[in-house]
Design a protein around this ligand. Structure first.
Ligand code: AMP
Ligand code: SF4
Length: 457
């Protein structure tokens, strides 16, 4: 999963700080690397990229000195390609027609086939990312204006792409025809923004204009906004339901639905689907289960307690993994409050179980604090299938719910009971039609029969 952000000032105001701030607000979408590309007054393109969190990867004081009216940025969570700095985005390229920079969220499912095809025609790839195929597809159409080469290249891609692009000094937003990943447009004074989520627009003080529609390319230049359709016919849309469950920030709004409200509704559904009579209280796994646990408490009438405390200063690479530290494991990050849990029958809510290690460790910890019974409730259906559309889930053999039935999984994680919501509950809580949503990691029903008819360039 990744995050993209872009800004264009119609009156030549500087936008680089806004793009930096936008990436800061999208940090939850990727912590592996961050990058910004901008256009200078002489129309040349420049970039800063680095590994790690935004404030470590990018030099804010250097960026603040630069005056540019057009810039894009990216935070990366590696799905395709490793953590090599060559895979950090935006990716840039130029030829005699001009220059292009691309920041991509999603995963192009036919990237390998396209790469083979392009390599056979002489292309040499610089990175391991799926995104680079887009630049090569464009480069192989030198007879066309850049924007036409872009649209023609996009129509050959399958899978998920939400893009922020700089094309010869104009800003371009593009979203795949299936609408897998979010992408929204915003405005503050003379600046137009592209963002993965609305929370980043809030930070720069922009109002939401609208979402980029599935299959739409929006060109943002001095003349204003201009919309073009990617010529691909689709049977239905596949907006990612897992964004609501876990990935997006709760203060974002996706497709008109507040992520916070959906998580609360998931908790309500869970209380009705899998009640826990006789329990003393409900608590949530911080922070992923917090909002759903509040919904469960409301729906069940049980009191909500913040019984597990998170050390909010723990980062990803924080301490040497000595044997003692490994044994402490999740306790470094999370700690139950013994005074609340002792002799209690507790409902513990989390948004999902992937490999099962987090729940197993937390349950052992709560039990060691004297809890009498621990009932685990999950505010999504069992994750049984990998995602091919840009969320980093392990292969099927590593997914706990794919290897075991619910009783076996309950035993593995050490819970007194374990229950989930259903796919129907998930769709009801989101409030969008089933035909608009992807639920493939829960059901195995991937996008089908939408292969490109021709590759020939
Ligand atoms: P696990 O220990 O593998 O079962 O991980 C479950 C936890 O990881 C849950 O608390 C989720 O909130 C969180 N989670 C779910 N999906 C992902 C993902 N794609 N990347 C990182 N964390 C995730
Ligand atoms: Fe989202 Fe799951 Fe579909 Fe991937 S498979 S796009 S995580 S709903």
């Amino acid at each position: 999963m990744c995050g993209v952000f872009g800004a264009f000032s119609h009156n030549g105001h500087s936008v680089l700080e806004d793009v930096y701030l936008g990436l800061y607000a999208l940090q939850h979408r990727g912590q592996e690397s961050a990058g910004i590309t901008w256009i200078n007054s002489d129309n040349t393109m420049h970039s800063q990229r680095g590994n790690g969190l935004v404030h470590l990867a990018l030099d804010q004081s250097e960026l603040a000195k630069i005056n540019t009216n057009c810039a894009i940025g990216h935070v990366r969570y590696s799905t395709a390609g490793g953590s090599d700095i060559n895979n950090a985005q935006p990716l840039t390229a130029s030829n005699s027609k001009g220059s292009v920079a691309v920041a991509h969220n999603g995963n192009i499912t036919n990237a390998e086939a396209l790469k083979q095809y392009l390599e056979n025609r002489g292309a040499i790839f610089h990175s391991q990312t799926d995104t680079e195929v887009l630049l090569h597809l464009m480069a192989h159409q030198p007879h066309k204006p850049f924007i036409d080469a872009l649209i023609d290249s996009l129509r050959r891609l399958r899978g998920a792409y939400s893009l922020a692009i700089i094309l010869n000094g104009t800003l371009v937003a593009a979203r795949d025809p299936w609408g897998f990943r979010p992408l929204v447009l915003g405005q503050r004074e003379d600046i137009t923004y592209i963002s993965s989520e609305t929370c980043a627009l809030d930070l720069v003080g922009a109002q939401v204009i609208r979402e980029v529609s599935p299959g739409e390319v929006v060109v943002i230049d001095k003349e204003g906004l201009h919309s073009i359709k990617i010529p691909v016919q689709v049977k239905r849309h596949y907006q990612c339901s897992f964004e609501y469950v876990y990935f997006a920030r709760p203060d974002s709004v996706l497709a008109g639905k507040s992520v916070y409200a959906v998580r609360k509704a998931l908790g309500h559904c869970l209380a009705h689907r899998a009640p826990c009579p006789g329990a003393h209280m409900v608590t949530g796994m911080p922070d992923s289960g917090t909002i759903a646990s509040m919904g469960f408490a409301e729906g069940s009438g049980l009191p909500y307690e913040k019984a597990i405390v998170r050390n909010r200063y723990v980062g990803r690479t924080f301490i040497d993994p000595t044997q003692r530290v490994r044994e402490l494991g999740v306790r470094i990050k999370l700690n139950p409050i013994t005074e609340l849990t002792k002799d209690q029958k507790i409902v513990v809510i989390d948004d999902s179980i992937v490999r099962g290690t987090t729940s197993q460790r937390i349950i052992a910890m709560i039990r060691s604090c004297g809890a009498q019974e621990i009932h685990v409730r999950i505010s999504s259906p069992p994750v049984c299938f990998p995602c091919y559309y840009g969320i980093d889930t392990p292969s099927r053999v590593e997914l706990a719910a794919a290897r075991m039935d619910i009783k076996e999984l309950q035993k593995k994680i050490g819970a007194d009971s374990l229950q989930y919501i259903t796919e129907e509950d998930l769709i009801t809580a989101i409030g969008l039609p089933k035909s608009e949503l992807c639920t493939a990691c829960f059901t195995g029903e991937y996008m089908e029969g939408e292969e490109p008819d021709d590759l020939e360039l």
